[in-house]
Design a binder for this molecule. Sequence first.
Ligand SMILES: *Cc1c(COP(=O)(O)O)cnc(C)c1O
Length: 807
Amino acid sequence: MNQYSKEAFINLLEDKLTRQRRKYLEDATDKDLYYVISSIVKDELIPKWLDTQERYQQNETKQVFYLSMEFLIGRLLETNLLNCGLLDTCKEALLELGRNPEEVFKNEHDAGLGNGGLGRLAACFLDSIASLSYAGHGSGIRYRYGLFEQRIIHGNQIELPDYWLKEEYPWETRKADEAVEVQFGGKVHLHKKQDGKFEASYEQTDKVMAVPYDVPVSGYQNNVVNTLRLWSAEISPETSDFLSGPNSQYYHHLDHTHSVEQISGFLYPDDSSFEGKELRLKQQYFLVSSTIQGIIKKFKTDYNLPLSSMAEKIVIQINDTHPSLAVPELMRLLMDEEEFEWDEAWEVTTNVIAYTNHTTLSEALEKWPVSMIQNLLPRIYMIIDEINERFCQGIWFDHEELREKIPELAIIADDQVHMARLAIVGSFSVNGVARIHTEILKKKEMKDFYTLFPSRFNNKTNGITHRRWLLQVNPCLSRAITDVIGPQWIKQPNKLISLLRYSNDKPFLEKIDRVKQKNKQALANLIHEKTGFTVDEESIFDVQIKRLHEYKRQLLNIFHVIYLYNELKDNPSLDLTPRTFIFAAKAAPSYHLAKEVIKLIHHVASIVNHDKSINDKLKVIFLENYNVSLAEKIIPAADISEQISTASKEASGTGNMKMMMNGAITLGTLDGANIEIKDLVGEDNIFIFGLNAEEVLNYYQNGNYVAKDIYHTDDRVKRILDQLNHGEFGAEEIEFKDIFYNILYHNDPYFVLKDFDPYIESHELVERAYRDKQTWQKMSVTNIAYSGKFSSDRTIREYASEIWKLN
Ligand SMILES: *Cc1c(COP(=O)(O)O)cnc(C)c1O
């Protein structure tokens, strides 16, 4: 596998430097080295890529297409080196040349084509699909601007454009010959043909060219290279005739070009919330139409089967409802382009498409106005309307018991198209992403659909690729693990369970501790470099890193920090284990309260971190611009993993899994996959607190929670809220009134006050546990040992066998 010696690698590097960068080694910058090493890796990958695709074609292999509006892949060089078996050679070669590998890898701009968990999940899935040698590909949009870059100025979040393609992106290949045309707007006519069938014709549509850019997805040392296909919107050649026309048309042309290119212009920065903008709808249809056209073309050339057998060879997995127009689009292509009858097309469609639900938050539910879809996608609207008619009639005649529920089940209701309903009706599988989440779907959120289609519903608890999130980001821990249990865990992460045998082994525990210490030191250096603050490397590194959301309750975390600070001010000699609270989070640009919380964290940090009287027992750190590369630096150094969402709100979470795998102990609510973590490690190896999902849902239903009661009875809570209200943490008096009002006058919708006391109590247990080094280390090792279940390899095996039916 690893065909280069260190010397050979260096020679190759020099050769490529001169030919591709016109530089000698001495003059090469880290960026030059980055590009040249990428090129070496590409030379390795391309033959494997061609072979893999040819093999799929020759064997007519069943293939999965994972459709997602987001792929948060981060950097690729290290992953690809690892997968080609070249990572160690490359690192050694660079060190020999007096270069720091990390400084070289840093030159790759993160591909930030996603908001958070959902996009990162898609990236982990691609990694596992390739590493398990499954035939599966990603399909997404090549946004010219990824998720905004976050800067903080005086505690305020500023969003800067992320023009990640400014310099060449070495991993992509433009495939102009596989471009397809996507049509918007115009008019549709249905003609009755002589044989009585209907034929659709389209007039005056706006035509957009969808050009694919392919990125290789390499498997771990198995010669498999699959494809992540990212579509870019370009002006259609037909419209380009305007270029030679008179001036007015030239300017019209420029204008038109601009509006076309906008379709793949930027990623909408909203996480778990619905933005009903027409451009977003255009993006969704653009992704779906170009992908499915590409699939059908390929199916016709590569497979010796009629399209009616498509479901035998093709699965389309849609990541949330964002690509749910796949249902009417596949219907449209089969009927209007391939002359299928409705029933035949429906049979194919509903056996090809599978849907993953990611949330039950009502603000995330996609509902598009009927008029918008009618205007932008008239033919698609006709098809949705027909799907809806047939579905509602089916209920009326076959499910009398649900007749009065039709308004809640109908795909089109109150002038809106309900995308989740469309996705459920048009697919053969509906899955949630953690056990509790799937149960909530079946018993509550999608109860009536579950009655209609019980066999469609299934759970696939999320996972993360242990190759990136352990092997790659924490090489010292990986080595320590391999030293005691051997390297089998790399291919079979469940083997990590053998670590349990060493959970009382003092030398091993001490080694694990030294690794954590080293990682904390590295993070402390980064913190100093980025913020100027010095943190105590011996303190508990308490980490909450994720998108900023009310339901994720960063507010509860910072309330606890304020509480501790108040305690220390009252009693400076308080015996407190030093803590460093580390936050990183982007807020959606229009999410006012989320931005207020970021500001609060910063203001608390500037007071706490500068207060000499508390003897450095407390530090609050906010690292800006949270993205995959930053996560990779924080996670190996975490002692405590804060997973404190309001129970029932976090569908799964994956940050919880990444930190568990790196030996952090979870401090969390019984929500999402935290529950499954607890079931594995046992109550002694996790800190669980607060309301459970049932209690939360009951409070919502009965309306019997009164936040003000807690304000009036718990002095600690009253003090903190009054401090906010009186501007003790703000430059001006009014600073944090919005948070104050939201909690007391909107009745604390996320139960921050209700869970405050148990949260404080849990933190006291954390502190006590940390003082007993050996018990802590044992907890840490127990968490690593059980984390194998959360490898996305396990998740993907379940998708492959239970949904996709791959071999
Ligand atoms: C893993 C990850 C997430 C998801 O984190 P949660 O804690 O599950 O919300 C978001 N953003 C990035 C960059 C990640 O790596």
